[in-house]
Design a protein around this ligand. Structure first.
Ligand SMILES: Cc1cc2nc3c(=O)[nH]c(=O)nc-3n(C[C@H](O)[C@H](O)[C@H](O)COP(=O)(O)O)c2cc1C
Length: 372
């Protein structure tokens, strides 16, 4: 299917002459300033079929392709993102306290891998400010809100739980579709959560405050051990979480074609884009085996085509999200993924809901075990 030539031949070369974070800020500002024009362009960007309309966690979505957390950390683009073809968008990570994040430079392109490495470190305007802003915004699509612990090594143990609970209480009455607990940011002092007790306390306290029964998901790391993933799924299930985002960026550097010296020079950070895909898929398959039938998975990591999205869906994801693909392929990517996904489903004579977990079920029945 034709790629976006205007983006790949004109816009991307101009953006890629800029520092990676400056380019992101420029795109973000331009999108925000010209927000009122986006509805006029929606014919260009929106997928019009109704075969991909879906419902998960009790919410209706026009299509299963969402924007991943990190692109719109402060919720500035909620009024225009619906016109770019996404079925939903995840805002954040939002933290209790405002933070400027790690020192720059902290966002890097790996051109030959179509990947990014970032160590932004949860920069953001803070929960009070973002909640105030979102109260008066008109959402153009269903919004998920991703919350994380304030990036501060002094906030640990029960204080860390209180910190995230504060954010939840600030945002829980907004007209959002779901909340994601980011337990897997590789760019904080603590790294990924390895202390399941803290998550258990947090989930219990959040659910006690969750009078609206907002679906709560937890975002997992592709770098966590199998045991850690099992433990998090067990506590998420015990506390009736609605599902999982599989998953976050990775500290892995394997399988890259970027020269090792360049990788070394870049240093720490989370890898995203196509080199992450296999790790995210493995996580998705593991969680599909562990979760309850009612819980859902949002697949995320290296998705840049309808085939990628289809692979995640067949592995158990009810929906997908992307970030890095947008940087390399441009704003027509969500529509293109939806078109390709629709064609694949049509070819295989499957509805979207029939495709969810299809390859995982095939593997199970080939192995002679019961299906979920
Ligand atoms: C620059 C950047 C910032 C990100 N910030 C966040 C964040 O604040 N919270 C979060 O949960 N994930 C964050 N992520 C991770 C993405 O949501 C996503 O899980 C990851 O990039 C894999 O998807 P992709 O390969 O489509 O980019 C960030 C990713 C990038 C590239």
């Amino acid at each position: 299917m034709a790629r976006d030539l205007l983006y790949s031949k004109v816009v991307r070369p101009l953006l890629f002459r800029m520092d990676c974070e400056d380019a992101h800020r420029f795109v973000h500002e331009t999108a925000r300033q010209y927000g009122t024009l986006w509805p006029l362009l929606s014919g260009l960007y929106q997928y019009r079929g109704d075969d991909l309309a879906c419902q998960f966690a009790g919410v209706n979505f026009a299509n299963p392709v969402g924007l991943a957390a990190g692109f719109d950390k402060n919720g500035d683009l909620v009024e225009m993102l619906g016109h770019v073809g996404f079925g939903f968008a995840e805002i954040g990570s939002v933290t209790a306290q405002a933070r400027t994040g790690n020192p720059k430079p902290r966002l890097f392109r790996l051109l030959s891998d179509q990947a990014l490495i970032n160590r932004l470190g949860l920069n953001g305007e803070g929960a009070d400010h973002i909640a105030g802003k979102l109260k008066t915004s008109k959402f153009s699509l269903p919004i998920g809100l991703n919350i994380a612990k304030t990036n501060d090594p002094a906030i640990v143990g029960d204080a860390a739980v209180e910190d995230m609970l504060y954010t939840f209480c600030q945002i829980k009455d907004l007209p959002i579709a779901y909340v994601t607990v980011n337990a897997s940011c590789p760019n904080t002092h603590e790294g990924i959560v390895s202390e399941v007790n803290s998550l258990t306390k947090l989930f219990a306290l959040m659910q006690a405050e969750n009078d609206r029964h907002l679906p709560i998901l937890v975002k997992l790391s592709p770098d966590g051990s199998e045991q850690l993933t099992k433990d998090i799924v067990a506590t998420a299930t015990e506390h009736e979480l609605a599902g999982y985002v599989c998953g976050n960026t990775s500290t892995s550097r394997s399988g890259l074609s970027t020269p090792p010296a360049t990788i070394e020079q870049i240093g720490n950070g989370g890898l995203s884009g196509p080199p992450l895909k296999m790790l995210a898929l493995q996580l998705c398959r593991l969680v599909y085996k562990l979760k309850t039938p009612a819980q859902i998975i949002i697949g995320c990591g290296g998705i840049a085509s309808g085939d990628d999205a289809y692979e995640f869906i067949r592995s158990g994801a009810s929906a997908v999200q992307l970030y890095t693909g947008l940087v390399y392929e441009g704003p027509t990517l969500p529509k293109m993924i939806n078109q390709e996904l629709s064609a694949r489903l049509h070819k295989d004579r499957l509805s979207l809901s029939q495709a969810i977990g299809a390859s995982a079920r095939q593997e199970r029945s080939a192995a002679g075990t019961t299906t979920n």
